[in-house]
Design a protein around this ligand. Structure first.
Ligand code: ATP
Ligand code: MG
Length: 267
């Protein structure tokens, strides 16, 4: 599938082999600590990538640099050949409690990125209605964040990330503050979002099962200075479900990822 997405700020082409974001010779230090030294990777449109690696190897730093939240010290990050300021990015934070504006109702939170782009109210409401329909949202968004369950709040922050039709969505540990039932619920919603929109998704998860379950490829990172050890493919169709967990392809991807992880941790 090849699509052209246009919004008020930009337009871009997306195809299966087009890069959404390209990292070249990327370098990042925190003081004397080298996190990345000449790191290179290419994220493609319509691909779901999980990032997995040892604690503190720089997974959050990597997606924060890509999302423009953390500066880098060398190299380049380009969005389809363009500067980040021309790109539309979604970001889902680990802690939904801190991510949502508590003084705004859920729908106002979701509309926020559209508001800062200057979209008129009527169009914002239309986009909100689209999202409600697309994700089959049954709860009333005319309430404040604290009135929702944890899973619902995380879903609200995911809808906010998706509202501006981003080219790529970054999710940093989106399940870590959720119970198991909510994790399953959000996992299913994420699959739905991914298969319907075919944007690029990048997930950081401490849970190897979640990382493999959702992704088409697992980017296995080393200890610092961090490099790509291997890209483990997860060649399984969506939607994935409980039966997926027993399939040989799933088990093999998980086994291989764990093997690499253990080698890295014990180095
Ligand atoms: N703002 C900062 N100032 C100084 N050091 C930082 C900062 N942010 C991260 N670091 C350090 O950079 C390294 C990478 O951190 P980062 O949070 O990206 O790792 P991570 O792979 O996401 O870790 P975790 O698995 O614990 O989530 C760590 O050693 C961390 O202490
Ligand atoms: Mg992290």
């Amino acid at each position: 599938m090849h699509a052209t997405v246009t919004d008020s700020a930009n337009s871009y082409s997306s195809g299966p082999n087009t890069s959404v974001v390209t990292l070249t010779h990327l370098c990042k230090n925190f003081g004397s600590e080298i996190i990345y030294d000449d790191f290179n990777f290419d994220f493609k449109y319509g691909t779901f990538t999980s990032i997995f690696g040892p604690n503190g190897c720089g997974k959050s730093t990597l997606i924060n640099m890509m999302a423009g939240l953390t500066p880098y010290d060398g190299g380049q990050i380009l969005y389809n050949g363009r500067d980040i300021s021309k790109a539309t990015i979604g970001y889902v934070f680990q802690n939904y409690r801190e991510a949502l504006f508590p003084w705004w109702k859920a729908y106002e939170n979701i509309e926020y990125p559209l508001k800062i782009k200057g979209m008129p109210a009527a169009e914002r409401h239309q986009r909100l209605d689209e999202l409600i329909e697309q994700f089959d949202i049954k709860f009333d968004l005319n309430r404040y964040p604290y009135e929702f369950s944890g899973g619902q709040q995380q879903l609200i922050s995911i809808l906010r990330a998706l509202a501006p039709n981003p080219e790529i969505v970054f999710l940093d540990e989106p399940f870590s503050a959720l119970d198991y039932e909510m994790t399953l619920f959000i996992r299913d919603k994420l699959q739905l979002i991914f298969t319907q929109s075919k944007i690029a998704m990048v997930l950081v998860s401490h849970d190897l099962e979640d990382a493999v379950f959702l992704a088409e490829q697992v980017l296995m990172l080393s200890k610092r200075p961090t490099r790509v050890v291997e890209i483990v493919p997860v060649d399984l169709p969506y939607p994935r479900n409980d039966r997926t967990l027993q399939l040989p392809e799933f088990l093999e991807a998980k086994r291989r990822s764990l093997e690499i992880f253990q080698q890295e941790v014990h180095k």
